[in-house]
Every structure is written in structure tokens, then in C-alpha cells.
Design a binder for this molecule. Structure first.
Ligand SMILES: C[S@@+](CC[C@H](N)C(=O)[O-])C[C@H]1O[C@@H](n2cnc3c(N)ncnc32)[C@H](O)[C@@H]1O
Length: 194
């Protein structure tokens, strides 16, 4: 699949999944569970859905789900984990650097632990007016607390909020959002497109 020239090249995620380097969250992210009610009944896109834990959770809550994911290994794992012939998520294998969706296609977009800051405007455009964005990913400060990650894929303090100007902020929080056994210094944003 052709890659649009947006942002740094991602690591080899197929290799990572095959090696068991990234086993996914196991349960939907706490931020998503807290704000899932805002997405009820909406058509929702999970960008970089990984093994699809969040997407399957939202489908179980009545959202019409699309999951975008680059790694065919992750997609395979998502289908295996669901254990269903008809997985209740419309999976699109694709590169988020060229979002293959029309403007205003979704009533909600969720993004967890994925950053391509160059597509923030594209994310805003595929949301319909009044659409809900739920986004959480690592701050650069994570590198002081954990293994070193490529800073190109980490946020500066205050950056996530600034990537979506004109949105109404419902929740914004930066700092430690740890899970048992996992240190996480993240920014969390829940916002509504005007
Ligand atoms: C850290 S994982 C997060 C997965 C999931 N959102 C979660 O929170 O568990 C990052 C995911 O982004 C996917 N990814 C990386 N670059 C991508 C791209 N350009 N387009 C779509 N997915 C991508 C990887 O395959 C991987 O599944």
C-alpha cells in the first residue's frame, strides 16, 4: 500500500507482533471505558486499533465500528481473539498516514498509543460536526520513566490539546495514568468537534 509522505516511517509492527513484543492492552483502556457513553450509537473509527480490544468493546456497546490497522499480524490476532467468523468490526488494513475515509464519515474517532501528529487535521476532517474524539498516548516524559521510545512518536506537554484547535474540550489530563505493572505518562483528550 502506498504511503503518503506524512510523518516518520513507523517501526516494523508485523515483526513486533510476531515476536510478542506488543501484546496489547488485554482490556479496553480506562479512558475509553470512562467516556464510551459519548460514543453510543455512533459510527466510530479506531485508528491503529492493534488487536482490536477497544474496537470490540465499543462494538459490544452498540457502536458501528471500523478499525484501521497497518499490521496484518495485529489484524490476525484481533480476529483470533474475537473467535468469531463475523467479527463485529469492519477492519480496514491501511496506513493512517493517508486516511482512506471521506470528510465527515465518523461520529467518533478513538486513538490509543499511536501518534502521527501530521494527520491531526485529517482526523478532524473525517469527524462530522459534533463528533467525539477520544485520544491517549505517551508524553515525551515517558522516556524518563521507562524504556526509551522514539521521541518522534511522543507528545510534548500541551501538544495533544493544541493539535485539535476549535474542538470543545470535555476532558484533558497529562501525567501518570499507570496500569498494574505498567508506567504510563500520557496525555488524555476527550473533545467534541464544533
Ligand atoms: C502501540 S500499538 C497500539 C495499538 C492499540 N491502539 C492499543 O492501544 O493497544 C500501535 C499500533 O499502531 C499500528 N500502526 C503503526 N503505524 C501505523 C500506521 N501508519 N497506520 C496504521 N496503523 C499503524 C501498529 O501496527 C500497532 O498496532
Amino acid at each position: 500500500m502506498a504511503r503518503k509522505d506524512k510523518g516518520p516511517a513507523p517501526p516494523d509492527w508485523d515483526k513486533r507482533y510476531r515476536a510478542g513484543f506488543y501484546d496489547g492492552p488485554g482490556a479496553p483502556h480506562d479512558l475509553l471505558v470512562s467516556f464510551a457513553g459519548l460514543l453510543a450509537g455512533r459510527r466510530v473509527l479506531d485508528i491503529a486499533m492493534g488487536r482490536g480490544t477497544d474496537a470490540a468493546y465499543l462494538a459490544s456497546r452498540g457502536c458501528r465500528m471500523t478499525g484501521l490497522e497497518l499490521s496484518s499480524e495485529a489484524i490476525k490476532l484481533a480476529r483470533e481473539a474475537a473467535g468469531l467468523p463475523a467479527y463485529p468490526v469492519d477492519i480496514v488494513r491501511g496506513d493512517a498516514s493517508g486516511l482512506p475515509f471521506k470528510k465527515g464519515s465518523f461520529g467518533g474517532v478513538v486513538v490509543f498509543f499511536f501518534l502521527l501528529r501530521e494527520i491531526a487535521r485529517d482526523i478532524a476532517e473525517i469527524l462530522e460536526p459534533g463528533g467525539i474524539l477520544i485520544y491517549e498516548t505517551f508524553l515525551k516524559r515517558q522516556n524518563e520513566a521507562d524504556r526509551r521510545r522514539n521521541p518522534a512518536f511522543l507528545l510534548d506537554d500541551g501538544e495533544l490539546l493544541s493539535l485539535f484547535p476549535g474542538f470543545e474540550t470535555i476532558h484533558y489530563e497529562e501525567g501518570a495514568h499507570d496500569r498494574p505493572g505498567k508506567v504510563r505518562i500520557t496525555a488524555q483528550l476527550v473533545a467534541r468537534k464544533a
